[in-house]
Design a protein. Sequence first.
Length: 261
Amino acid sequence: MRYGEEHGPLAIAHRGGLALGPENTLATFARATALGVRYLETDIQTTSDGTLVCFHDATLTRVTGAPGAVADHSVLSLRGIRVGGREPIPTLASALASFPETRFAIDLKDEASGAALVSLLSANPSWARRICIAGAWSNRLLRVQQAVPDVTTALGWRALTTLIAASRSYARPPARVASGTFAHVPLRLGRVPIYAERIVRRAHALDIRVAVWTVNDQPTMHRLLDAGVDAIITDHPDLLREVMIARGQWAPLAGRRTASA
């Protein structure tokens, strides 16, 4: 099944579920999937030897304490560095291989990541249907999709800002905005709230599905689901799971418990 084809809203664990453990690591991905979460969000950076790793920042310091940039390291030299002092930095290939039933929303964080992703998916074509790419300008996203048509894309930055601006002014967004299947919409831009209800109406009119990030409290989760959003991206997949079970909207991975723990 292709990314996003399930019925009902999607529960997406932000960086694997930041509340569950060190971000963008196999251990945290495993905790999320153990809850029954089938959608994980991660970020990718490219090493000096062209390997994609699951990592948000361009530099290592914030989450590992190590100096330098990811791009200055080979994948081999990253092996001794630990996220949160505990977990290794995984390659994207290891994440996709380790969780074969899971879908991944992937933010392309550097210029080299698009070409590296095309190479990875060309060597592993069955992975493409499990992926939605986001977090970049439209031309970078479209280059990947043109090379690997089974990949799903979110709106690039320019199209997304046009959609948000149209919703704030009650205008109809131009049809050219519909350059991807999903719109990954932030809950806020700085201190300015984004009105998801307006965006949902305008996006759905263009056959664009709306995923809102990063949503970490249950009242807001309920409000957004009431508004008809198609996905919620959260640091707390455990809390979102409770909300969706209560609403009868939880669709866990096969073999996972559906009752609230």
